[in-house]
Design a protein around this ligand. Structure first.
Ligand code: NAD
Ligand code: ZN
Length: 250
């Protein structure tokens, strides 16, 4: 395999690190059928995220934003974890991965069996009413009944995902920053690393002395600056290959 040397190096780094975290983005879920912001032919060609995923857009025209949310909801509710999610869950069970910090809102890390997951940008699995604060379990909603309305005041509900222009959930941010400053190794998987403050996680880790491994289809602003090395290709192939190599080496 093309990346074999780097996969062996990643396995060695995992086996020698006392604390490893993963920082994941939309790219890890592409092989589960959820498009990222970049890939061609996806949801985001139809809906410009700058326009649809901004909290001002939701306040100004929730019906319009729900056209996009309905598509996203359908994808998220039907997607299944892929070998990349499953591989990270296996690393956790082996005692080699302490935390996943994800920018994704699809719940696929938990579905894969990962226990310690921080959802930096919230989740699609619950929805809240911006008028009265009622929270609803999204997994109970029927896709045909969307957009969802508040059972108390019948306003349109908003999924508990962090829109552009909204703050990061304070607990998620504080814990993530603590994790990134205290780890020895970060696996950065499937993120373009341009959305802040999320993208500061691998940078903080690096500044605190951690090794940073990037697994991505293409280079990012971290490549060659923050990341020690890039293993380029599909996360669904690379992560299981690393897990196999870890088992072989230990
Ligand atoms: P992004 O779309 O900006 O970048 C995705 C990165 O993953 C790109 O660098 C791409 O080359 C890479 N990639 C694509 N397919 C890959 C694969 N199979 N294996 C490895 N790498 C692959 O995503 P981002 O950095 O996460 O930023 C987008 C924002 O949008 C995030 O805040 C996220 O919350 C949100 N978002 C979430 C989902 C989801 O929950 N699944 C989907 C789309 C967007
Ligand atoms: Zn309400």
């Amino acid at each position: 395999m093309m990346n074999q040397k780097l996969i062996e190096r990643a396995a060695r780094d995992l086996l020698t690190s006392k604390k490893t975290i993963a920082f994941t983005g939309a790219g890890i879920s592409v092989e589960s059928g959820i498009p990222d912001f970049r890939s061609a032919g996806g949801l985001w060609e139809k809906f410009d995220p700058e326009e649809y995923a901004h909290i001002h857009a939701f306040y100004a025209n929730p019906e319009k934003v729900w056209l996009m949310l309905k598509d996203m909801f359908t994808l998220v509710m039907t997607a299944k974890p892929n070998p990349a999610h499953l591989g990270l869950a296996e690393l956790e069970r082996m005692g080699l991965l302490s935390t996943i910090i994800t920018q994704n809102v699809d719940g696929l890390h938990q579905a894969a069996g990962s226990k310690n997951v921080i959802e930096f940008h919230g989740s699609h699995r619950t929805l809240s009413c911006l008028k009265c604060g009622t929270t609803t379990d999204g997994t109970l909603l029927q896709i045909e009944d969307l957009p969802a309305r508040c059972p108390h005041c019948s306003s349109l509900l908003k999924p508990d995902v962090v829109f552009f222009g909204e703050p990061i959930p304070p607990g998620a941010q504080a814990t993530s920053f603590r994790e990134s400053r205290s780890c020895q190794l970060v696996l950065v998987v499937g993120t373009s690393a341009v959305v802040y403050p999320a993208a500061s996680i691998p940078i903080m880790a690096k500044e605190a002395g951690a090794t940073v491994i990037e697994i991505n289809m293409e280079p990012t602003p971290l490549t060659g600056h923050v990341s020690d090395y890039l293993i380029s290709g599909s996360a669904g192939k690379i992560i299981p290959a690393i897990v196999e190599e870890v088992k072989r080496q230990r």
